[in-house]
Ligand binder design. Structure first.
Ligand code: FES
Length: 111
């Protein structure tokens, strides 16, 4: 397989029910990963353009479900299945969905 232009790392970490940190999987991340694959496939972007991968915890659990976009190196937070068409359309244009991008000062939950 060819090297893709971008890789989307979708946190699919799941913690036990009731865990204080929660988890992206418990917030719907698995469905987000599936929807990304479907939408990228519909647009013919899977083979060369963008590879959606599942990932373990990206350590921004308080803003999950989270997606890291590489090599651009920005993160989306609180992603839902409804956001996926907009995310993929933006990737196709070489842009990002600013309303979902996690600002640098929000990575640390204690701030
Ligand atoms: S559980 Fe998804 S970022 Fe930690």
């Amino acid at each position: 397989m060819a090297k893709r232009q971008r890789y989307l790392f979708v946190c699919n970490n799941r913690r036990a029910d009731g865990h204080p940190k929660g988890s992206c999987a418990a917030s719907g991340a698995e469905a987000v990963h599936t929807a990304l694959k479907e939408e990228l496939g519909k647009r013919g972007m899977l083979k060369l353009g963008v590879r959606p991968c599942t990932a373990s915890c990206l350590d921004v659990c308080h803003l999950g479900p989270t997606v890291a976009v590489e090599p651009d190196h920005y993160f989306y937070g609180r992603v839902t299945v409804a956001d996926v068409p907009e995310i993929v359309a933006a990737l196709e244009r070489g842009e990002r969905v600013e309303r979902l991008v996690i600002p640098d000062d929000q990575f640390d939950e204690s701030r």
